[in-house]
Design a protein around this ligand. Structure first.
Ligand code: ATP
Ligand code: LTN
Length: 329
């Protein structure tokens, strides 16, 4: 039997090339080796304010993008988190076994809390929901971007704790491992290389979304911040913005950073940026074409309904196991 993997993306906007490079690109390759489960984590998205209409649209849109990117619903399960009630139910059991101190240490919480006027309790307890997503499917591996390492480590600590407290010598839950991009790529904002590129950034020029039209992509890359050094070099300290563009280039072209640096030697940033824009447009064009067809047709609803049925079956069994061990049922 194949081992299981699980991952999720929030419908808090349209996925960016950061989400694509850091996580989603890898989802496609992994589906042959593992039994893959990919979730649209809409309950995670509401930890910060969302416009209800947009959230509904983005949820459908993200499911379509998963398929448009190459996730095959005949091989993998694609579903929406809120269609499987076990996630919210498990999150409660998990919260009761996590410490406030642990949750307060999460850097994603600190970063997002700093941006909010009023911080929801859900923003703090968010990792409990994420731990639930993973353990409910007995996932052995979790492909995620580098920024999620801390949440994966928390999941691993939780599993040890839960098995120790309630397992009576048995491993009730599977301890997962993260799968991270090879070169540790964290794609940074095009406007501020000290912050990660994020689909919910207020400044739309800071990210490229997978659904941006070619003209927008070209404009955003041309207006990406650089520096006054004027040479395409990889130096994260001194040329962080250019280094970020180089990482995006390398990742989308599957070329080494060295060979790209060599190609643009002595040419300033103009040609480099033009070619990067072209490469990005070429990467997203086929995804956008398949996406439009899915959004216009009827297959998408059937795919997520089928995904939810399969996910429900697996998740409700694990939830029952957790509840029984805790003396709840
Ligand atoms: P938001 O911006 O709304 O907080 P996000 O894009 O940061 O969302 P998710 O939608 O939950 O976060 O991310 C989905 C996947 O993309 C995760 O595996 C995450 O690690 C990865 N990811 C997110 N941003 C980046 C980035 N800038 N570089 C690399 N990987 C990223
Ligand atoms: N926390 C992740 C999104 C996420 C996730 C998951 C990833 C929610 N549940 C389960 C992997 C597995 C994020 O913010 N990027």
């Amino acid at each position: 039997m194949k081992q299981r993997i699980f991952s999720g993306v929030q419908p808090s906007g349209t996925p960016t090339i950061g989400n694509y490079i850091g996580a989603m690109k890898g989802f496609v390759d992994l589906q042959d080796k593992y039994e893959a489960i990919y979730c649209v984590v809409n309950q995670h998205a509401i930890t910060v304010p969302q416009n209800p209409k947009e959230l509904k649209h983005n949820t459908k849109s993200l499911a379509a993008l998963y398929i448009a990117m190459g996730i095959d619903p005949d091989k993998s399960i694609i579903f929406v988190q809120s269609d499987v009630p076990a996630h919210a139910q498990a999150a409660w059991l998990i919260q009761c076994n996590l410490g406030i101190g642990e949750l307060e240490r999460m850097t994603q919480y600190k970063d997002k809390a700093a941006k909010q006027e009023s911080i929801s309790a859900g923003l703090l307890t968010y990792p409990a929901l994420m731990v639930g997503d993973i353990v409910l499917y007995d996932a052995a591996y979790v492909p995620v971007g580098d920024d999620q390492k801390q949440h994966i480590e928390l999941t691993r600590d939780f599993v040890d704790r839960f098995n120790y407290r309630f397992g009576q010598g048995k491993d009730l839950l599977v301890k997962p491992e993260g799968i991270y991009p090879k070169n540790g790529t964290r794609v940074m904002s095009l406007q501020d290389p000290t912050r990660k590129m994020s689909k919910s950034d207020d400044n739309v020029r800071s990210f490229i979304s997978l659904l941006d039209p070619p003209k927008t992509i070209i404009k955003k890359i041309k207006s990406a911040v650089t520096d006054s050094i004027g040479e395409v070099h990889y130096d994260v300290e001194k040329q962080s913005a250019v280094s970020n563009l180089l990482e995006i280039y390398a990742s989308l072209s599957q070329r080494s950073i060295d060979s790209i640096v060599e190609e643009y030697q002595g040419q300033g940033y103009g040609a480099f940026k033009n070619d990067l824009a072209e490469l990005t447009v070429e990467t997203v064009a086929p995804i956008q074409e398949r996406y439009e067809k899915l959004m216009a047709g009827n297959d998408l609803q059937d795919i997520v309904t089928d995904g939810a049925t399969k996910a429900n079956k697996i998740a409700s069994e694990t939830l029952a196991r957790m509840e029984s061990a805790m003396g709840i049922h």
